[in-house]
Every structure is written in structure tokens, then in C-alpha cells.
Design a protein around this ligand. Structure first.
Ligand SMILES: Cc1ncc(COP(=O)(O)O)c(C=O)c1O
Length: 376
């Protein structure tokens, strides 16, 4: 998988090389430091990153892992989720949010999204709760936080654990509170294309609950409480030292990059003011970190193909909601079960967006989109 410049592409969807070039000396020094230390897994760099990322998220603890998927999986296990339990989440997400529930042996119970924010509709949670429900797993999709107050309220009333899927939402805020610090546990991905991306796989859990933190630390390293003494049936979900060192460098730039993303979005919003598409919104209580800039348009596939022909690379997140994916047919949901998710899946289109985008690139995308949308 990869995005980047080729001859026919005028504006790539992402340009990871531009970012590396802008911080090359710091990254190269961090990699050299790891090589010199010859500590390659869960060393001093990972430990320092855990402290720094916990501080960034406003939680007492961060546990660094090998992926966002592992973060969700271990968070659910730590919360006591297992066979016979149910976890409420959304179908309009990356498949991992649902897959992680299945890994534990529990059943994902899906609820629809609020069409404005593309995140869990809190009003639909209560009807989905049964005596088996253990947790609620909202997803801060695209970098926009889910409406957490009513979600926390229903969870409190029914004694459910809230696990935030913040894989796309590093630095996002809900009423001033950082994503990953609102529910009992937050789960992050550092996949290279994420707002805070490693140079390989990576993930983390954030929590201020010492019991959950202790359990997740053990689960990520074979369930050991001390060397070769296994109190839990654990896994190998450890973070590599190279990734810890790289993430420490990148975390120092994250706020500036988020500011740059938001500036690109402000320009898009201005240039697309008269364009016949529905622009994404930031609800009043949100700090949206724009992992992706997703608009809605009726003829999404046609528009995407026409933009591609003009050399503008776009993406679709996601064309098929999880309940309609062949792999999850046995969850038992049919077409029509989640109208807002299904409508969004047909309409969404993500424009190129990265902190290093130039005004010229933003203008090219906006001009092409405006003229192409007008003839549709
Ligand atoms: C919403 C969401 N959840 C979970 C994940 C899984 O993260 P990873 O790819 O690091 O396993 C991702 C990212 O890929 C994601 O976007």
C-alpha cells in the first residue's frame, strides 16, 4: 500500500516523503541512536514515548503496542470482554473496530451514525443494550470526536466500559478534553498514514486506570508479571524501539502539523464555498484534527474517476460499511439496517490532505472539483 507522486499525479492523496524531508536530520539521528543502543524492542525510547504520549493525551498511562488493532483487542480483554458478551460499536468505520470485538469471542452489536459527524449516534445506544452488553466502542472517525457526554452518560447508567477508538484522532478534543482521555480506555494507531504515523506498524492504549494499564502491559508481552512467569494468556504486541524513537520525534511536531492540516481545511472550505458538494463540518464542541477531509457528493464514483483523470488522487473511507462486508455477514445485519451508514458509504470522498500541501495544490484540487461537480 502506498500513496505518493507519480508522473501522472499532480496532487497525491498523501505525501509522506515531504514530511520526512522536513524532519530528516531529527529522524536519522533517532534511528542512529537506536542502532547504537542495540535495544530493539520495548527499550528506553518506547518508555519515553509512553510518558510523552500519555502527557499529550492527559492520561496517567500509555502502553505502546505493535498496532491500533492490538490496542483495541487488548483494551477489550482488559475490560473483561469475552465470549457471551456484547460490545456496541458502529458499522461505518475501518473494519478493525469490529474485528477486535470478534477476536475476544464477544459479539459486535452495531448502531448507526450521526450523519453530521459520521460518528456514533448516542440516541441509538440505549435500544441496543442487553443484559450481555459489556462495553461501548465509539470511533472518532476522520479525526472528529464522537459526542462523548451522552455516550458516557448511558454507559454510567448501565455500568458499561467506554473504549474510544481514537486511531484517527491524535490530538482531537471533545469539549476541550483530548481524545483517548474521556472513556476508560483510548486506542490509537500509528500506521504510517495516520496524523502521528510511525515508519512501520504501531499503536498504543491510553488510560488513567492503573488496573487496566497493568493488565495491558502484561497482555502485550505474553502475560508475564516477571520474566518467564505467565499469569495471563498473553500475546506478542510489543512496540519496536525504532518506532518509539521515531514517534518521539514526530510527537514534537504534531501540534504544528495539526495546525497546518486545519489551515489547509480552512482554504478548502473557502475555495469550495460555491462548489456543489457537502463539505465536512466541525461540531461546536469538537476540535477536528482532519485525519481526512471527507465531503459528500451524489455521484461519488464518477467524481472520483474524473478527478483521477485530472491527476488528483482521492480516497474513499469507506465504500462498504462493516455489516455489509462478506466477512461479517454472520453478524446477521442486512442491507437497510443502518441507513445513515449506508448513505454515507455511497457519498463520501476524501480529498488530498497533509500538512505540507502547498497553496498551489489546494487551488488545483479546488478548481478541478468545482468545475467537475458543476457538470454532474
Ligand atoms: C478507526 C480505526 N480503527 C482501528 C485501526 C487499526 O489500526 P492499525 O492499522 O494500526 O492496526 C485503524 C487504522 O488502520 C482505524 O482507522
Amino acid at each position: 500500500m502506498g500513496f505518493g507522486m507519480t508522473d501522472s499525479i499532480k496532487v497525491p492523496y498523501l505525501d509522506l516523503r515531504a514530511q520526512y524531508q522536513s524532519i530528516k536530520p531529527e529522524i536519522d539521528a533517532a534511528i542512529a541512536r537506536v542502532l547504537d543502543s542495540c535495544q530493539f524492542v520495548l527499550g528506553a525510547e518506547v518508555a519515553a514515548f509512553e510518558r510523552e504520549f500519555a502527557a499529550y493525551c492527559g492520561t496517567a498511562e500509555c502502553i505502546a503496542l505493535n498496532s491500533g488493532t492490538s490496542a483495541l483487542h487488548l483494551a477489550l480483554l482488559a475490560a473483561g470482554v469475552g465470549p457471551g458478551d456484547e460490545v456496541i460499536t458502529v458499522p461505518f468505520t475501518f473494519v478493525a473496530s469490529v474485528a477486535a470485538v470478534v477476536y475476544t469471542g464477544a459479539r459486535p452489536v452495531l448502531v448507526d451514525i450521526d450523519p453530521r459527524s459520521f460518528t456514533m449516534d448516542p440516541a441509538s445506544i440505549e435500544a441496543a443494550i442487553t443484559s450481555r452488553t459489556k462495553a461501548i466502542l465509539p470511533v472518532h472517525l476522520y479525526g472528529h470526536p464522537a459526542d462523548m457526554d451522552p455516550i458516557m452518560d448511558v454507559a454510567r447508567r448501565h455500568r458499561l466500559v467506554v473504549i474510544e477508538d481514537a486511531a484517527q484522532a491524535h490530538g482531537a478534543k471533545y469539549k476541550g478534553r483530548p481524545a483517548g482521555s474521556i472513556g476508560e480506555i483510548g486506542c490509537f494507531s500509528f500506521y504510517p498514514s495516520k496524523n502521528l504515523g510511525a515508519y512501520g506498524e504501531g499503536g498504543a492504549v491510553t488510560t488513567s486506570n492503573p488496573e487496566y494499564a497493568r493488565t495491558i502491559r502484561m497482555l502485550r508481552d505474553w502475560g508475564q508479571d516477571r520474566k518467564y512467569h505467565h499469569v495471563l494468556r498473553g500475546f506478542n504486541c510489543r512496540m519496536e524501539e525504532f518506532q518509539g524513537a521515531i514517534l518521539r520525534v514526530k510527537l514534537r511536531h504534531l501540534e504544528q502539523w495539526t495546525g497546518a492540516r486545519r489551515a489547509v481545511v480552512a482554504k478548502y472550505n473557502q475555495l469550495l464555498a460555491d462548489c456543489d458538494v457537502e463539505r465536512p463540518i466541525e461540531l461546536p464542541w469538537a476540535r477536528h484534527v482532519y485525519h481526512v477531509y471527507t465531503l459528500r457528493t451524489k455521484d461519488r464514483d464518477g467524481l472520483q474517476a474524473a478527478l483521477q483523470a485530472e491527476g488528483i488522487q482521492t480516497a474513499v473511507h469507506y465504500a462498504l460499511p462493516v455489516h455489509l462486508q462478506p466477512a461479517y455477514a454472520d453478524l446477521g445485519y442486512s442491507r437497510g439496517a443502518f441507513p445513515q451508514s449506508e448513505k454515507a458509504a455511497k457519498e463520501v470522498l476524501s480529498l488530498p490532505l497533509y500538512p505540507e500541501m502547498t497553496d498551489d495544490q489546494i487551488q488545483k484540487v479546488s478548481q478541478a472539483l468545482t468545475s467537475l461537480a458543476a457538470v454532474r
